[in-house]
Design a binder for this molecule. Structure first.
Ligand code: SF4
Length: 289
């Protein structure tokens, strides 16, 4: 991608009176050598796979370690009880993020967005958004380009994988991408998209990657829920006109600085954090037997 900063994208939008989607799509057409319709078709397929992964969720499945499985169904039951603090929208986000994370842990087909470990963040929010607000598939697909454009800038300036930058880079990026897509769906301004990304990433700065027994299960599945919830609240703040004091590209650079200085024990090595608790060590040694 030609853009090295979110600011460049915002400037292009304002200089040419185009939307964030159009700025990303124009660049995508140049990068892929394909027409808009062909690029859209590829993203439509991804959205379709996300929806299928949700529909094909199997609550009976357990991951090979048995640490993960069935929580998506528990959320569905809880949602139907009518006894929750939250409304249907956020409960759907929680349930869908759990289902997608569990499906990944159980080796089912998911869409890495941007990684397999963070695969539940974006679809959970989009599925809830479609259910509650009735956005068309085409509107969602176009906003996914906005999310993808943001992800590419973060990948270029910092990282998107837990092994290189900690979980802030993986779930954090997925959440930032999702927040950007949500703001775009509601016709937020390019600047609001930038603020949503900045606020989302700031909220996840410093988050370590500490998968128990080296498996993308614990705390990963539930972290997808936290990332999705973070995306929702930051998109709402941005749409309300709330701004990030720290400019978005400086937040991305801060994420890189934190990642650069993060000890390797917190970068998917399963040596620190949750992975280094007595319970996690017990699980890891049982799995080795
Ligand atoms: S803890 Fe590590 S493996 Fe798990 S979701 Fe976060 S970055 Fe991915």
């Amino acid at each position: 991608m030609a853009y090295n900063s979110i600011e460049e994208i915002i400037n292009k939008c304002n200089d040419n009176k185009i939307s964030f989607y159009e700025a990303i799509m124009q660049d995508t057409c140049i990068a892929t050598g394909k027409k808009e319709e062909e690029n859209l078709e590829r993203m439509r397929n991804m959205w379709q796979v996300m929806c299928e992964a949700s529909q094909e969720y199997d609550s009976e499945l357990k991951s090979r370690s048995k640490m993960v499985g069935g929580t998506g169904k528990l959320m569905d039951i809880y949602m139907k009880s009518g006894n929750s603090y939250c409304g249907e929208f956020i409960l759907t986000v929680i349930a869908e993020a759990l289902k997608m994370g569990e499906s990944n842990a159980c080796m089912k087909r998911i869409v890495a967005a941007p990684t397999a470990g963070s695969c539940g963040v974006m679809p959970s929010v989009y599925i809830a958004v479609k259910k509650k607000h009735g956005f068309s598939d085409e509107e969602i697909v176009k906003s996914m380009f906005v999310a993808a454009g943001v992800g590419e800038v973060i990948a270029a300036r910092a990282y998107i994988a837990g092994a290189t930058g900690g979980c802030q880079a993986e779930i954090g990026t997925a959440a930032a991408m999702t927040a950007a897509g949500m703001v775009a769906l509601k016709n937020g301004t390019p600047e609001q998209i930038g603020h949503a990304v900045a606020m989302t990433l700031k909220g996840m700065l410093g988050l370590v990657c500490d998968p128990v027994a080296g498996l993308v299960e614990v705390p990963c599945v539930k972290r997808n829920v936290i990332g999705a919830a973070n995306a929702v609240v930051c998109a709402e703040m941005a749409l309300a006109g709330i701004e990030s004091v720290i400019p978005v590209d400086q937040v991305i650079d801060a994420m890189r600085e934190v990642g650069d200085n993060m000890p390797t024990m917190y970068k998917e090595t399963a040596c620190g954090g949750c992975a280094n608790t007595p319970k996690a060590c017990e699980i890891a040694s049982m799995l080795e037997m």
